[in-house]
Design a protein around this ligand. Structure first.
Ligand SMILES: [Fe+2]
Ligand SMILES: [Fe+2]
Length: 285
């Protein structure tokens, strides 16, 4: 199943998408508790996995001290190995997501939001992603601390929450596409780096699956909110928006070079989740 995320849905496709997506969100997330920012099915999922932690054994692949020291730096120290750069990219991505979503949720309380609005679910899903990334780092033996992202990223994230939806929807589509690209590269890199221990690798994959299945849906939801003209605008904006965020996380460039931007710009989000059994399958395909 491939599709171009910058192609507009027809009216009929949009109708089907909205119906199917809402069903998917109920099934995947269960009951919503807005005050506690909780989704019942997610809570069960996390409780189960967190009660049965899987950790890599043997000598640590990343030193906690080196990780912490570099996590506080804008640019990492020279000559760090790939596993350390991977961990740093994970924690810096988490900062970005966490800052953006905490800001969005703090603004959400002042607005009226219907519990059956897909956006309410999407924002709570994003909130769980910070827990996913923290758990994923624990698999490789690292404890992470949430620091604020750099000023440019903070400004971009705040603008996305504050500006009118008509303006920000194009940008949101870009960030969701960039997110799928970045997290899929991190997942693939984890397979490359940690395949010597199958069980921890499988757990890492489960955590990535949680994020990627959600994010691909977010891409399609953002797409469903835009007509053909604004989709073209989004496509044109994608390189600049992706650079805006990635430039604040130099570990990505050090790990992947130009390949990351190539993957983001290809925007082939369907293939990223092709092997996952809980991916969203809309009826219109
Ligand atoms: Fe996310
Ligand atoms: Fe997302």
């Amino acid at each position: 199943m491939t599709y171009n995320v910058f192609t507009a849905f027809t009216d009929r496709q949009k109708e089907l998408f909205e119906e199917n997506y809402m069903d998917h969100l109920y099934r995947r997330n269960g009951e919503i508790n807005l005050d506690a920012c909780q989704l019942s099915a997610r809570e069960r999922f996390f409780e189960e996995l967190e009660a049965n932690p899987v950790r890599r054994h043997g000598p640590s692949v990343v030193e906690q001290e080196v990780f912490e020291r570099n996590a506080a730096r804008r640019y990492p120290e020279p000559s760090l190995d790939e596993a350390t750069l991977w961990a740093l990219a994970m924690t810096k991505s988490n900062r970005l997501e966490s800052y953006g979503i905490k800001y969005a949720l703090s603004c959400l309380n002042q607005k009226v939001r219907e519990p059956n609005d897909p956006l309410t679910y999407i924002e709570l899903e994003e909130n769980y992603h910070t827990r996913v990334l923290k758990n994923a780092l624990e698999v490789v033996g690292l404890e992470m601390r949430l620091l604020p992202p750099p000023p440019t990223t903070r400004f971009l994230l705040k603008s996305m929450v504050r500006l009118p939806k008509a303006v920000t929807n194009t940008m949101i589509l870009c960030t969701e596409v960039a997110g799928v690209g970045a997290f899929s590269m991190l997942r693939d890199k984890a397979h490359e780096l940690f395949d010597d221990q199958p069980e921890p690798l499988q757990r890492l994959d489960e955590w990535f699956q949680q994020i990627l299945v959600d994010e691909v849906c977010h891409v399609n939801y953002a797409r469903s909110q835009l007509g053909p003209i604004r989709l073209k605008i989004a496509q044109a904006m994608l390189p600049a928006v992706a650079h805006g965020f990635i430039n604040d996380m130099p570990e990505y460039k050090l790990l992947f070079g130009e390949k990351l931007m190539d993957r983001i710009l290809a925007a082939d989000v369907a293939s990223v989740v092709a092997d996952y059994n809980d991916k969203f399958l809309p009826a219109y395909n």
